[in-house]
Design a binder for this molecule. Structure first.
Ligand SMILES: [Zn+2]
Ligand SMILES: [Zn+2]
Length: 408
């Protein structure tokens, strides 16, 4: 079906103008002005929860001025960036129609968004990195959803198959994060295990047989389990409340009535089981096992993968694919640095490239094109993100394209 839609693109847009596609009944200038206003308000709305989320992890620093100042600066940078990305995207859309005298894939749909995304440079680098990878994951999701290859079709429908593959991603990810002592974001947080190994390494070998916790293993596990549960509950609550903020304000009674139905128990179980199993297995293996800590870490990581069955979502799976590429690259880099060797030229070149920004530009362009042409195969988050960020204009473009397709 996806292929058919693509073939029909040129048929649908033949003899159509940028007005038919983007702004029926309005001039290009009027459309760009409207996009600018919609983009500003859309960005104010879209980036608020994204900037509030990191604040939740800094609850102990809420009394410090620095925390709020950082929040405000990050929020302003994101809003300005979002405003320029949306406005430029729609402006280049009209411009490309005028320059090329028609619509061409990917020049007319993907390229304008990608060019607009140049302004991601205004955003804090961390946001560009996370958003770029997140959107790229949704592009991989599209590839998996539309593939007709037998192995991928099987994987799409098999929870056992997807869990096995996720186990591989998850184990490799945790093992190498532990090896390079990196506390990079992953669904299983190994921050305290890294602190423990540092304690052991700084302890001149006396404590080498224990786990390196400050308290007994049982006490450590109890405390960790409590913290994991609180964190998982907080994340699930955030997922429940933020997308519904406006409807909660309008009708709090209705929200309260459905609160237990809408709560994401799968996400809660995924985070608790993955983290809990890893920490428990790692601790027990270090205490009673005969293998090295690295091997114990790999076994514990593998055991923790079972958490995936509670939340078998594309976003978790695709995150595994992109994250192991990143962590393996970091591991190779780490190996060169620890052996005091010079990095190969190709790695030096890659490190000089603005990789996060390029990935962000590519992903924004591709996901916008998919949102318009293959809306049924695009992640719902892309629909929401583009709809909120552009003040509903991306939905209009999709609707107009659909009308052109069916010949209304
Ligand atoms: Zn136009
Ligand atoms: Zn222990």
């Amino acid at each position: 079906m996806a292929g058919n839609i693509s073939k029909h693109f040129y048929q649908a847009v033949a003899n159509k103008t940028c007005a038919d596609f983007h702004h029926p009944g309005k001039t290009c200038l009027q459309a760009v002005q409207e996009s600018a206003v919609a983009g500003l308000f859309g960005s104010l709305k879209f980036y608020l929860p994204l900037c509030i989320l990191p604040l939740l992890f800094k609850i102990k620093q809420w009394n410090e001025k620095k925390t709020w100042k950082e929040f405000l600066i990050n929020y302003c940078r994101c809003v300005f960036s979002g405003f320029f990305i949306t406005t430029t995207g729609f402006w280049v859309f009209c411009m490309s129609y005028k320059i090329f005298k028609g619509f061409y894939l990917p020049l007319s749909v993907c390229l304008p968004s990608s060019l607009g995304a140049v302004f991601c440079g205004i955003m804090p680098k961390k946001f560009v990195h996370i958003d770029g990878i997140g959107l790229f994951n949704m592009y991989i999701e599209f590839i998996i959803k539309q593939s007709k290859q037998k192995s991928i079709v099987w994987l799409r429908n098999s929870l056992v198959g997807a869990t096995c593959l996720y186990s591989f991603f998850n184990s490799v990810m945790i093992y190498y994060l532990y090896k390079i002592r990196s506390n990079r974001f992953w669904f299983v947080n190994i921050g305290n295990e890294l602190k423990a190994i540092k304690r052991i390494e700084n302890d001149s070998g006396e404590n080498i047989m224990n786990c390196g916790h400050e308290t007994s293993c049982d006490e450590y596990l109890k405390k960790e389990f409590k913290n994991i549960s609180l964190f998982a509950f907080g994340v699930s609550l955030f997922k429940l409340i933020f997308p519904r903020l406006s409807s909660i304000i309008k009708n709090p009674g209705n929200f309260m009535k459905n609160i237990f139905k809408k709560f994401d128990y799968g996400l809660l179980a995924f985070l608790i089981v993955s983290n809990g199993l890893f920490k428990f297995t790692f601790c027990r293996l270090n205490q009673y096992g005969k293998f090295s800590r690295d091997v114990n870490c790999l076994i514990a990581a593998f055991a923790s993968s079972i958490g995936y069955v509670f939340y078998p979502r594309y976003i978790i799976f695709t995150m595994g694919i992109t994250s192991i590429i990143e962590v393996l690259y970091k591991y190779i880099e780490h190996t060169y640095v620890t052996q005091n060797k010079e990095l190969p030229e190709i790695m030096k070149f890659i490190n000089r490239l603005p990789c996060s920004e390029l990935l962000y530009m590519f992903s924004i362009g591709m996901t916008f094109q998919l949102r318009v042409i293959y809306p049924h195969l695009t992640n719902k988050f892309v629909h929401k993100m583009m709809s909120i960020g552009s003040g509903g204009r991306s939905d209009e473009v999709t609707k107009n394209y659909f009308k052109m397709m069916v010949g209304w």
